[in-house]
Every structure is written in C-alpha cells, then in structure tokens.
Design a protein around this ligand. Sequence first.
Ligand code: DP6
Length: 353
Amino acid sequence: MKTNCFFYRKKKYSINPNGVVTSKSHSNIALIKYWGKHNNKTQIPLNSSISYSLGEVYTVTRLIYQKKKERNLPIKVFFSGKEKTSFLPKILEFFHRISSYCSYLQDFNFIIETYNTFPHSSGIASSASSMSSLALCIMEIEKKLVSSSKEDFFLKKSSFLARLGSGSACRSIYPGLVVWGCHKSIKGSNNLYAIPYPYEVHSIFTKIEDTILIIDDEPKKILSSKGHQLMNDHPFARERFKCATQNMSRLISILKIGDFQEFGELIEHEALTLHAMIMTSRPYFLCMKPNTLNVIYTVWDFRKQNKKNIYFTLDAGANVHLLYPIQEKTFILKWIYSDLFVYSKKIIESFCL
Ligand code: DP6
C-alpha cells in the first residue's frame, strides 16, 4: 500500500460540470523537525518527523470548479478576498505534481478562495495548512466522483497529495501527534503520507498549550524549499539525520512515560539543531532575531527560578512557540504577557489539538 501507484486515478468519471467544495486545515508545529529531502519534486524526507497540529491557527479554502472552457486561465487564486497572482506558480506546480494521481483535474478551471487565521509567511507554517486544506478540497471533488471512496483512503490520499505541495502539510491532515517519514520503531510510518502517532501517550501530552510569540512578521528570509536543498551537501547532514532518528526513538518512550522535562529538553535540542543547520549551510542564514534570543534566555531563567514546565521550539524563522501543560496555563500565560510581551509583535494563544 505504500507505493505511489495506490493513489492513481486514471479513469474518467462523470461529474456535475460546476461545483464548490470547502475545507479547513490546521497548522502544525514539529517536535522533531523535517529538514532535508531527497529532491524537491518527489518530496521524500531524509528523516522522520513528528508534529502537533494546532488549534486556532488554520486555513479555510473554498475551491470552485467549472468545466473547462477554452482560453480560460486554468486557476485563479484569492487570498483574504484579494486576487493573489504571486501564489500561482506554487499552486500550478502543485497541480502539475498531482496531475497523474488526479487526472480528472484537467477537465476543470478552478477558483481558489482562501484565508488564514494567522499572519501569512510569519514563520507559522502557512504552507502546511494551506496546502493540506487545498489537498482536502481536491479529495472532496474526488469523493463526488468515486462515491465508494473510504474515509481511511480519503485521509491517506489527502496527506499524500498535501505532501507534494509542501512536506510538512501532509502532517496537517490529522489532529494530535502526527508522524511522517519512515522510522523503524513506528509501525505504519512511511515517506509518502503521514499517520496519526500510533502508540500510547501519557495524559500530560494530550493537553498542551502552544503560545506563539511573533517576533518578526515579515515574510521568511529563507524559504523552506531552499533550506531543504542546502542539506544535500551540508557538512553535518549525515549526523543530523542520525540524531533526528535517535531523537524519535527517545521521544517514543518519553511520550509513554510522561516525562515533561525530558520532552522539553528534546524539543529545544531539535529546534536549536535545526537553526544550527541553517546557520552552517552554504550560503548560511541566521533566522533568529535578537528578541528570539531574549525570549529563550528569559524562558530558561524563569524555568530555573519557578521549576515550571515551559519549553520552546522554533520553525525556520524568528518566532518562538512555547509549549507547556494546560494545568500550568494560568500562571505561565500571565507571566508570558508580563515578561515576554515586550519582545513580541504579537502573541497567538494556541494549543495542541
Ligand atoms: C522547519 O514543509 O515548509 O517547519 O516541503 O519544501 O514545502 P517544503 O518544506 P516545509 O518545511 C518545513 C520545515 C520545518 C520543520 C517541520 O515542519 O518539520
């Protein structure tokens, strides 16, 4: 089942010539990071990753399809009500990559209307929620064509298609902890689509807050696709992939036992390793800003003084995600607003789904 062939839809089906489908998909934050892939087109990761899908930060997409008329532009994109031609190249590339798995798409023109509940390109994974929500819309169309399509297949293929749009997007199809990429200790894990984390999880990890500090709301300086590419001849790449695989094995037992301190140290190590890779690639980049470091040092001091369970993780940007158990929310959130607001442009209160 874990081959591309499983997802082909070559046959032609009949469908109403016009229609609308909608979907909503949440962003996710990786605990073990995906950074490095075999090549940009096939989107096969070089290590397995795991993320939490996030509440309150999501993309809503409305996909309008119309039977193709000659000389029409195949796709128009509207973001928050405004036409966005700058999104077209990525979306056209996505439609091209999935065309052999969804051959019915060639019969239609599309209008994509989409919006996020968070700032676009702010370091919150907007490509994850937008690509997964678009993949879900496409699968809604497929569902109309093939009414026998089962829920399990629907989700797997949605994740498979989302991956071809953006790697981390394949994890956004599911709530909770989600794994993508083959890992020998995780049953069912594979490189083609994500799966819900299949093992026991201690109750402390089922209700986690994620408060996101927006340090920089400008578009990212390094695009993920470029960063992944730079791992291909990165001097530390081999060690990084080994380390990610070991961290995943450690995380399996941490999640079971419920050791929050171990969990926190592991996610901070992952975040700093990601940035270490970015800082030591050629060309090199520095995504953290002075206020990213101010937040990190302040969190470390606070933890030492108050013995509280609060740990950070980062994406390939300057913003900081602070993870802590819901039981400690009242005290910690009050402290975040009093001591960390000064370093942030905006605070987004989210939680792990
Ligand atoms: C640092 O999924 O954005 O957020 O596959 O090229 O679209 P593409 O990359 P993308 O990379 C995400 C990188 C990360 C880590 C992660 O989410 O695992």
